[in-house]
Design a protein around this ligand. Structure first.
Ligand code: TYD
Length: 210
Protein backbone atom coordinates (compact mmCIF):
# COMPACT_ATOMS: atom_id res chain seq x y z
CA UNK A 1 0.00 0.00 0.00
CA UNK A 2 1.61 3.24 -1.07
CA UNK A 3 -0.95 6.02 -0.50
CA UNK A 4 -1.82 8.09 2.53
CA UNK A 5 -4.86 7.59 4.73
CA UNK A 6 -5.97 10.72 6.61
CA UNK A 7 -8.96 10.84 8.92
CA UNK A 8 -10.65 13.82 10.58
CA UNK A 9 -12.51 13.28 13.82
CA UNK A 10 -14.40 15.48 16.24
CA UNK A 11 -17.66 16.14 17.98
CA UNK A 12 -20.63 17.24 15.93
CA UNK A 13 -20.15 20.71 14.46
CA UNK A 14 -16.40 20.97 15.00
CA UNK A 15 -15.71 22.25 11.48
CA UNK A 16 -14.42 19.06 9.89
CA UNK A 17 -16.04 19.70 6.51
CA UNK A 18 -14.42 23.11 6.07
CA UNK A 19 -10.98 21.72 6.87
CA UNK A 20 -11.42 18.72 4.59
CA UNK A 21 -12.29 21.00 1.64
CA UNK A 22 -9.23 23.18 2.29
CA UNK A 23 -6.91 20.20 2.61
CA UNK A 24 -8.36 18.59 -0.51
CA UNK A 25 -7.66 21.73 -2.53
CA UNK A 26 -4.15 22.05 -1.11
CA UNK A 27 -3.24 18.47 -2.00
CA UNK A 28 -4.93 18.52 -5.42
CA UNK A 29 -3.06 21.69 -6.30
CA UNK A 30 0.12 19.79 -5.53
CA UNK A 31 -0.92 17.17 -8.08
CA UNK A 32 -1.99 14.34 -5.78
CA UNK A 33 -4.87 12.02 -6.50
CA UNK A 34 -7.17 12.87 -3.58
CA UNK A 35 -10.39 11.13 -2.63
CA UNK A 36 -12.57 12.82 0.00
CA UNK A 37 -15.10 10.61 1.64
CA UNK A 38 -17.12 10.26 4.81
CA UNK A 39 -18.55 7.87 7.37
CA UNK A 40 -21.14 6.65 7.70
CA UNK A 41 -21.31 6.73 3.90
CA UNK A 42 -18.81 6.99 1.08
CA UNK A 43 -20.40 4.40 -1.25
CA UNK A 44 -24.00 4.03 -2.51
CA UNK A 45 -24.59 1.06 -0.17
CA UNK A 46 -22.99 2.81 2.80
CA UNK A 47 -25.06 5.95 2.17
CA UNK A 48 -28.22 3.84 2.32
CA UNK A 49 -27.06 2.37 5.63
CA UNK A 50 -26.37 5.94 6.81
CA UNK A 51 -29.98 6.92 6.16
CA UNK A 52 -31.18 4.08 8.39
CA UNK A 53 -28.73 4.98 11.16
CA UNK A 54 -29.46 8.69 11.43
CA UNK A 55 -33.23 8.50 10.79
CA UNK A 56 -34.97 10.06 13.80
CA UNK A 57 -37.90 7.65 13.35
CA UNK A 58 -35.64 4.74 14.25
CA UNK A 59 -35.72 5.55 17.94
CA UNK A 60 -36.09 1.86 18.89
CA UNK A 61 -32.72 0.94 17.35
CA UNK A 62 -30.62 -1.06 19.81
CA UNK A 63 -27.00 -0.22 20.55
CA UNK A 64 -25.70 -3.40 18.96
CA UNK A 65 -27.75 -2.81 15.79
CA UNK A 66 -26.34 0.68 15.56
CA UNK A 67 -22.76 -0.55 16.06
CA UNK A 68 -23.16 -3.29 13.45
CA UNK A 69 -24.66 -0.88 10.93
CA UNK A 70 -21.74 1.53 11.32
CA UNK A 71 -19.37 -1.41 10.87
CA UNK A 72 -21.28 -2.69 7.82
CA UNK A 73 -21.16 0.74 6.25
CA UNK A 74 -17.41 0.86 7.01
CA UNK A 75 -16.76 -2.60 5.55
CA UNK A 76 -18.19 -1.56 2.18
CA UNK A 77 -16.48 1.81 2.31
CA UNK A 78 -13.09 0.30 3.14
CA UNK A 79 -13.13 -2.30 0.40
CA UNK A 80 -14.80 -0.23 -2.31
CA UNK A 81 -13.17 3.18 -1.82
CA UNK A 82 -10.37 3.40 0.74
CA UNK A 83 -8.22 0.36 -0.06
CA UNK A 84 -8.37 0.72 -3.86
CA UNK A 85 -7.37 4.39 -3.62
CA UNK A 86 -4.48 3.68 -1.26
CA UNK A 87 -3.30 0.74 -3.35
CA UNK A 88 -3.29 3.06 -6.32
CA UNK A 89 -1.00 5.51 -4.48
CA UNK A 90 -3.76 8.05 -3.80
CA UNK A 91 -4.61 10.08 -0.72
CA UNK A 92 -7.83 9.37 1.15
CA UNK A 93 -9.31 12.01 3.44
CA UNK A 94 -12.15 10.53 5.44
CA UNK A 95 -14.57 12.54 7.54
CA UNK A 96 -14.67 10.06 10.49
CA UNK A 97 -13.55 6.42 10.61
CA UNK A 98 -13.16 3.69 13.24
CA UNK A 99 -12.27 6.14 16.05
CA UNK A 100 -15.85 7.47 15.77
CA UNK A 101 -17.27 4.03 16.54
CA UNK A 102 -14.89 3.51 19.45
CA UNK A 103 -15.87 6.89 20.90
CA UNK A 104 -19.61 7.06 20.12
CA UNK A 105 -20.62 3.40 20.46
CA UNK A 106 -17.78 2.11 22.64
CA UNK A 107 -17.43 4.95 25.15
CA UNK A 108 -20.56 7.13 24.87
CA UNK A 109 -23.09 4.28 24.45
CA UNK A 110 -21.09 2.22 26.93
CA UNK A 111 -20.69 -0.84 24.71
CA UNK A 112 -17.01 -1.00 25.39
CA UNK A 113 -13.96 -0.58 23.22
CA UNK A 114 -13.25 -4.30 23.03
CA UNK A 115 -16.62 -5.18 21.53
CA UNK A 116 -16.48 -2.34 19.00
CA UNK A 117 -12.96 -3.23 17.92
CA UNK A 118 -14.01 -6.87 17.62
CA UNK A 119 -16.95 -6.09 15.36
CA UNK A 120 -14.88 -3.73 13.27
CA UNK A 121 -12.09 -6.22 12.71
CA UNK A 122 -14.31 -7.62 9.95
CA UNK A 123 -14.70 -4.18 8.43
CA UNK A 124 -11.17 -2.77 8.50
CA UNK A 125 -8.83 -5.77 8.81
CA UNK A 126 -5.39 -4.36 9.56
CA UNK A 127 -6.08 -0.93 8.06
CA UNK A 128 -5.34 2.07 10.27
CA UNK A 129 -5.17 5.75 9.36
CA UNK A 130 -1.65 7.13 8.85
CA UNK A 131 -2.72 10.27 10.67
CA UNK A 132 -5.87 11.49 12.40
CA UNK A 133 -6.80 15.07 13.26
CA UNK A 134 -9.08 15.49 16.24
CA UNK A 135 -10.75 18.90 16.05
CA UNK A 136 -11.37 19.44 19.72
CA UNK A 137 -14.54 21.34 20.61
CA UNK A 138 -16.06 21.28 24.08
CA UNK A 139 -19.65 19.93 24.14
CA UNK A 140 -21.19 23.30 25.09
CA UNK A 141 -19.61 25.03 22.12
CA UNK A 142 -20.62 22.08 19.97
CA UNK A 143 -24.26 22.28 20.99
CA UNK A 144 -24.27 26.02 20.39
CA UNK A 145 -23.01 25.54 16.85
CA UNK A 146 -25.48 22.76 16.13
CA UNK A 147 -28.44 24.72 17.50
CA UNK A 148 -28.01 27.07 14.58
CA UNK A 149 -28.86 24.16 12.27
CA UNK A 150 -32.50 23.58 11.35
CA UNK A 151 -32.92 19.94 12.37
CA UNK A 152 -30.78 17.56 14.38
CA UNK A 153 -30.43 13.88 13.39
CA UNK A 154 -30.87 10.87 15.71
CA UNK A 155 -27.30 10.96 17.07
CA UNK A 156 -27.13 14.75 17.36
CA UNK A 157 -30.38 14.71 19.35
CA UNK A 158 -28.76 12.70 22.17
CA UNK A 159 -28.65 14.40 25.55
CA UNK A 160 -25.79 16.54 26.82
CA UNK A 161 -24.23 13.76 28.92
CA UNK A 162 -23.83 11.65 25.75
CA UNK A 163 -21.95 14.45 24.01
CA UNK A 164 -19.78 14.92 27.07
CA UNK A 165 -18.82 11.23 26.95
CA UNK A 166 -18.03 11.57 23.24
CA UNK A 167 -15.75 14.50 23.99
CA UNK A 168 -14.06 12.70 26.90
CA UNK A 169 -13.66 9.63 24.72
CA UNK A 170 -11.83 11.54 22.01
CA UNK A 171 -9.54 13.14 24.58
CA UNK A 172 -8.80 9.69 26.02
CA UNK A 173 -8.06 8.15 22.62
CA UNK A 174 -5.85 11.02 21.53
CA UNK A 175 -3.76 10.69 24.69
CA UNK A 176 -3.33 6.99 24.07
CA UNK A 177 -2.43 7.28 20.37
CA UNK A 178 -0.29 10.42 20.52
CA UNK A 179 1.73 9.33 17.50
CA UNK A 180 -1.27 9.03 15.21
CA UNK A 181 -3.86 11.45 16.60
CA UNK A 182 -3.06 15.17 16.46
CA UNK A 183 -5.28 17.37 18.61
CA UNK A 184 -6.28 20.77 17.24
CA UNK A 185 -8.36 23.42 19.01
CA UNK A 186 -11.50 23.73 16.85
CA UNK A 187 -12.11 27.30 18.10
CA UNK A 188 -8.88 28.45 16.50
CA UNK A 189 -9.19 30.35 13.20
CA UNK A 190 -9.95 28.38 10.02
CA UNK A 191 -6.66 29.52 8.48
CA UNK A 192 -4.60 28.57 11.51
CA UNK A 193 -6.15 25.11 11.75
CA UNK A 194 -5.52 24.58 8.04
CA UNK A 195 -1.86 25.60 8.40
CA UNK A 196 -1.44 23.21 11.29
CA UNK A 197 -2.95 20.32 9.33
CA UNK A 198 -0.80 21.09 6.29
CA UNK A 199 2.36 21.18 8.40
CA UNK A 200 1.62 17.72 9.76
CA UNK A 201 0.74 16.31 6.33
CA UNK A 202 3.86 17.73 4.70
CA UNK A 203 5.97 16.08 7.36
CA UNK A 204 4.31 12.75 6.67
CA UNK A 205 4.57 13.06 2.89
CA UNK A 206 8.29 13.77 3.20
CA UNK A 207 8.87 10.98 5.69
CA UNK A 208 7.04 8.45 3.50
CA UNK A 209 8.45 9.86 0.24
CA UNK A 210 5.01 10.25 -1.28
P1 TYD B 1 -22.55 13.14 10.39
O1 TYD B 1 -23.95 13.44 10.04
O2 TYD B 1 -21.58 13.06 9.30
O3 TYD B 1 -22.18 14.19 11.49
P2 TYD B 1 -20.99 15.20 11.53
O4 TYD B 1 -21.25 16.18 10.43
O5 TYD B 1 -21.06 15.77 12.89
O6 TYD B 1 -19.77 14.35 11.29
O7 TYD B 1 -22.40 11.78 11.21
C1 TYD B 1 -23.46 11.13 11.69
C2 TYD B 1 -23.35 10.81 13.14
O8 TYD B 1 -22.85 9.49 13.29
C3 TYD B 1 -22.45 11.68 13.98
O9 TYD B 1 -23.23 12.20 15.05
C4 TYD B 1 -21.41 10.76 14.56
C5 TYD B 1 -22.03 9.41 14.43
N1 TYD B 1 -21.11 8.27 14.25
C6 TYD B 1 -21.10 7.25 15.19
O10 TYD B 1 -21.82 7.29 16.20
N2 TYD B 1 -20.30 6.16 14.97
C7 TYD B 1 -19.52 6.04 13.87
O11 TYD B 1 -18.80 5.03 13.71
C8 TYD B 1 -19.53 7.11 12.90
C9 TYD B 1 -18.69 7.02 11.68
C10 TYD B 1 -20.35 8.21 13.14
Amino acid sequence: MSGLFITIEGTDGSGKTTQIKLLEKYLKDKGYNVVCTREPGGTPISEKIREIIIDKNNSEMTGITEALLYAASRAQHTSQVILPTLNDGGIVISDRYLDSSIVYQGFARGMGEKLIKGINKYAVGELEPDITFFLRLKPDDSIERKEKQAELDRIESEKASFHQRVYDGYVRLSKRYRERIRVIDALDSIEHIHECIVRNIEELLNRNSI
